[in-house]
Design a protein around this ligand. Sequence first.
Ligand SMILES: [Zn+2]
Length: 402
Amino acid sequence: MEWCGVQVRLVSNITDIDDKIIDRANRENRPWNEITHKCEAVWFDAMNALGVMRPTDVPHATEYVEQMVDMIGELMSSDSAYATDDGVYLDISSVPDYGLLAHQNLDDMLSGGGDREVLGAAQKRHPADFALWKFSKPGEPSWPSPWGEGRPGWHSECVVMSLQLLGEGFDLHCGGADLRFPHHENERAQAVALGKTFAQHWMHNGFVVDTEGEKMSKSLGNVTNLVDLVQHYDPRAYRMLLLQTHYRSPVKVGQDNIDSSVKSLANLDGFADRMAKAALPSMPADTDVLVKFREVMDNDIDTANAMAIIFDTVRRANIAVESGDTDICAALATAVHEMCNALGLMLRSGDDIDTAVVERAQQLDAARVAKDFATADAIRIELQAAGYVVETTKAGTRVRRA
Ligand SMILES: [Zn+2]
């Protein structure tokens, strides 16, 4: 979007209090905020590794509890919400088009049955009514409210933070496909009950699954989560894998496609390296290529076809350089860089790393192969101390300036 000249303010909120966090804190006998701080740090480390830009704002739910209490108060006074013995609930009959995002009517959703959020507390007026505020049990984290000590419901956290920071009628609300219902439906329901316009557009992304279509598990040897993945492979290869799938589709991650992604990335880096060494004239990016790129990206962010355009442009630039058409080649190469940058895929020409450092990286690989992990770790620490980022990939250790 920024590449198209759109000014972007991205808010990505952190749910730092909810039932799962409290359960885990009790189970592990740790303070709840120690768990949330740690998870947040791990998350942003992985995002940094993947080259995901920081959101403009990262609000924490616990910083907005007062505003959540205010909003629930408004819903109470307009009779859209009511209190029971265990909390405060939204009366979904006060929301005429409830079910809009789920593309289902309420009867169908209920006859499907079994959803943890749909069926619940006995005192609810309607089975689909959901908690805006949950009264706390002794020893649980809690905040004051006119209805009793407690904590906000998850759906109330998000709606307050997004309306507060982005304002009514903000442009776009994103999230995983699993959040469409009930979470996003319920966020929207509160805004509608308040008489406020919520998100104008919604985008829901598919899950990361293994090659069997199951939630990622053992398909990549000892890699079972994102943190492992970015330690074992060049994080850019994973980014490329995501880009090669349309965001609405499930992303299949398996040994085959991560390997082929590593290979494709090496080809792109190799291309960047050859172009850097070819002493090409400085040329603006090939316009036709960028027009085509924009066309596919404007079509619901079709990154899979955008990647295909990049590979095709690389192929044409290679042909041009071999036939001595340096101007054409330079314009195509500039276009490749511009498209890659727009997709956050930073190519490396390898020019800026000195041979001594490359040799140390090779020694690190040799030590790892020999299972001499103490030496491997020592070299890694030495390189990091010298200001390099050291990445372990399928193709061996990669080093770049931090
Ligand atoms: Zn949310």
